[in-house]
Design a binder for this molecule. Structure first.
Ligand code: C2E
Ligand code: CA
Ligand code: CA
Length: 759
């Protein structure tokens, strides 16, 4: 190469390299390269173009002296084994020298275009990157068939090299530009995201420095954002809080894993419960790549936590008194039992039930009752230790669980007794409710929690039984659990279930025992209930009446008896063997007599039959009359008004009745069997009966003697002017069909009994 050319080459080289270094647009550089080689190659017709490869297609990037239309026609050509010089060179990754386009098989499909633009030869060199990928092609055209000289090839390689640098650099800078765009985009997304995020996102360095804080309003921060950024948690937060935050950071980085935890912090908004999540981040700060960080997400879960607490409170605490409820007590008792099993010490469970709460509730209403319970729970809480549990387990039922009362049972008994006395003492002072003062008392049942009693359900049951015993003793006291009482109560409960079953199975019926006048006329009968038990046979009322009364079943039994009475009366009147004065007695229990529904219950059953109230005699006992005289009189008057007849049963066994007899508007009294038994003794028995009869007569009340077993008894009673008698002497109680037979046999046309003994 001559010096002129060499100088030219060097100056072009300098120009191109400095343009590359300065970041001049790629097109300018490539154009310069084309122009440089065109100038240096010693042929006026030399035309250079540089094409870049995009995917599998070639496009012109620089062709300063080639017709634009030609470039357009070639642009987008797919590379392949026979696609002109450039398409083939890029495909084969090797230089393709086509001396004569017209004859070259490679140009078969394109020669027309090339020839049209005056191109006869084309030498194409692939531009290969440092990673050995094809970036494009470098083409030299001439207007006549031609092959390059070695010098020309060297020159081409030289400029191909520059083109490769320029193209590669351009690709890199494009990549960087794209990266920056991507980064900016993701940054924008992150900003938008953190703006709407209710959570707080903190970046903390491994040393505890607030590096970045995103999202969430200031109110969740301990301090204003500016006061925190670049500060260390240890300098900002109280010592304890800072320490626990540092511990989380340490754990996150040590485990390299996400940590989820809850914590509380007094922030600008107030005391907040957070759910924290941390994850490690490496290389967060490019300036300090070895420094590690954690991302710390903090979510305010105060509302949720409060709701959870409320749910728990409702589940385990009584809303009225805020005391633990039965569920909580059961849990504590179970834990207590477990501890006692291990320690061999003793605890105690005290069951408290108010004696007269129902009365207050009924008379003053529930809100007054509630007020009293709240006051009581406060008083009781004051007398127990904080380690003990006071629970409200029912309307007016409280339980005190004493976790530890002694090393052995004896000590435990004494301690439990002392606590019971303390609990009773809170009732000494009256309770003030709605401005009124009430004296309230309670019954306490105590069951020790020890190795004998270690089944929670039993402990509760036993304490309940003991409480019941206190009630039976009149209330306002305490009792310890007694297994015998337990057995009795269990039997009663069994009996109750059996009664319910028996009612459903129609096992109850009324028996009838006749009553006759002193003259021998059949004047009535008493209905007496019987239970035809499938296994136990016939059961007398004394064995089940009191249980039926306690468990609220008596009304059902009564309805059965009344139904049987109605059936009997209908049958007798149908047979025309009953006069208008004939009546059947039914025994009325205290609880029924007190109930406001007695009248409706009686009439409801009778409505199904053609029966008059005057055919029914209601037997009430003497003791029922002593309770509330005014109410009793009113109740009797009301029922008498509709026609019912009243008789006082078991007369003489009560206390006050003789003196008050005149006050009660009854029709009849039945002298109790215990007096009739003594009527022949010649002692006091006879004179009492005589007094009763005389008194009753003076009040215009007729008298029946019950339990008359012998003719001598009847005889003497007749001399005392008894009105009528009832007893085995006449007949035992009979089933209905037998009674009807007896009745038929013994009622003559004149209505007098045909008994041989009476003659
Ligand atoms: P009560 O009303 O005093 O009934 C009289 C009891 O004396 C009946 O016993 C009867 O069978 C029995 N008796 C009658 N005459 C004689 C006699 O000459 N000698 C002896 N030793 N006993 C005689 P019962 O049927 O076992 O009834 C017992 C108690 O059960 C009744 O006493 C009554 O208080 C109650 N009772 C019976 N039926 C009913 C009922 O339907 N409802 C209610 N609430 N109580 C009833
Ligand atoms: Ca009776
Ligand atoms: Ca009686």
């Amino acid at each position: 190469m001559d010096t002129v050319r060499l100088r030219k080459l060097l100056s072009h080289q300098q120009n191109i390299l400095s343009k590359i270094a300065l970041g001049t647009p790629l097109n300018d550089i490539l154009n310069d390269i084309c122009l440089s080689i065109e100038e240096i190659i010693d042929d006026e017709s030399t035309k250079c173009s540089i094409l870049s490869l995009k995917g599998k297609q070639l496009f012109h990037c620089a062709a300063p002296n080639i017709d634009y239309k030609y470039c357009q026609l070639i642009n987008g050509v797919n590379i392949g084994p026979n696609v002109g010089s450039c398409g083939t060179a890029a495909y084969r990754k090797s230089r393709i020298i086509v001396e004569n386009i017209e004859t070259s098989p490679l140009w078969k499909d394109f020669k027309k275009i090339a020839l049209d633009f005056g191109f006869k030869s084309c030498w194409s060199t692939p531009i290969i990157s440092t990673q050995s990928t094809v970036l494009g092609t470098f083409a030299i055209y001439h207007s006549s068939p031609k092959v390059p000289s070695t010098r020309e090839l060297e020159l081409i390689d030289y400029f191909v090299h520059f083109s490769s640098i320029a193209l590669e650099k351009d690709i890199d800078s494009c990549k960087v530009k794209q990266l920056i765009v991507d980064l900016q985009q993701s940054n924008e997304k992150f900003k938008a995201f953190t703006k709407v995020m209710p959570d707080l996102a903190l970046i903390l360095s491994e040393d505890g420095e607030y590096t970045d804080i995103y999202g969430s309003p200031d109110e969740l921060l301990y301090n204003s954002l500016n006061a925190l950024i670049n500060k260390n948690v240890s300098d900002v937060l109280p010592k304890k809080e800072a320490q626990s935050i540092m511990a989380v950071i340490k754990k996150t980085l040590a485990t390299n894993d996400i940590q989820v935890f809850e914590y509380q912090l007094e922030v600008q908004k107030g005391k907040v419960t957070f759910e924290g999540r941390t994850a490690p981040i490496d290389h967060y700060q490019p300036s300090n790549p070895s420094q590690r960080h954690v991302v710390w997400m903090a979510r305010d879960i105060t509302t949720r936590k409060n709701a959870e607490k409320e749910v728990e409170r409702l589940a385990f605490f009584d809303p009225l008194t805020n005391l633990p409820n039965r569920r909580m007590l059961n849990e504590r008792l179970a834990m207590c039992v477990e501890r006692i099993k291990r320690s061999h010490k003793a605890g105690a469970l005290l069951f408290l039930d108010l004696d007269n709460f129902k009365r207050i509730n009924d008379s003053l209403g529930h809100s007054a009752g509630d007020e009293l319970l709240v006051e009581l729970s406060k008083r009781l809480s004051r007398v127990i230790r904080s380690s003990d549990t006071l629970a409200r387990v029912g309307g007016d039922e409280f339980i005190v669980l004493l976790e530890y009362v002694g090393e052995d049972n004896e000590q435990a008994n004494i301690e439990a007794k002392i606590v019971a006395q303390k609990l009773l003492s809170v009732f000494q002072e009256k309770f003030e409710v709605e401005g009124l003062a009430f004296q309230v008392s309670c019954s306490i049942g105590i069951c020790l929690v020890d190795n004998r009693h270690s089944v929670t359900n039993n402990i509760l049951k036993f304490a309940d039984t003991a409480m019941y015993r206190s009630k039976m003793k009149g209330g306002n006291g305490y009792s310890f659990y007694d297994p015998e009482l337990q057995t009795l109560l269990e039997k009663q409960a069994e009996l109750e279930t059996d009664i319910v079953r028996a009612i459903a199975c129609d096992e109850f019926c009324a028996y009838f025992q006749p009553q006759i006048s002193a003259q021998g006329a059949v004047i009535g009968a008493e209905a007496l209930i019987r239970w035809n038990h499938p296994n136990k046979g016939l059961i007398a009322p004394n064995e089940f009446i009191s249980i039926a009364e306690q468990y609220g079943l008596i009304q059902k039994l009564q309805n059965i008896v009344l139904r049987d009475i109605c059936i009997l009366i209908e049958q007798l009147s149908a047979g025309n063997i009953m006069d208008e004065f004939f009546s059947v007695s039914i025994n009325i229990s205290q609880c029924q007599f007190n109930s406001s529904t007695l009248k409706t219950e009686l009439l409801n059953t009778m409505n199904n039959f053609n029966i008059q109230p005057s055919q029914i005699k209601l037997e009430i006992t003497e003791s029922m009359l002593s309770a509330d005289i005014d109410n009793t009189i009113q109740q009797i008057e009301e029922l008498k008004e509709i026609g019912f007849i009243f008789s006082i049963d078991d007369f003489g066994t009560g206390y006050s009745c003789l003196t008050h007899l005149s006050a009660f508007p009854v029709n009849e009294l039945k002298i109790d069997k215990s007096f009739i038994d003594k009527v022949l003794d010649g002692g006091k028995g006879g004179s009492i009966v005589q007094t009763i009869i005389s008194l009753a007569k003076s009040l215009n009340i007729s008298v029946v003697a019950e339990g008359v077993e012998a003719s001598e008894q009847f005889d003497i009673l007749k001399t005392m002017h008894i009105d009528s008698i009832q007893g085995y002497f006449i007949a035992k109680p009979m089933i209905q069909s037998d009674y009807v037979k007896w009745h038929k046999n013994n009622v003559a046309r004149c209505g007098l009994i045909h008994l041989a003994i009476l003659k």
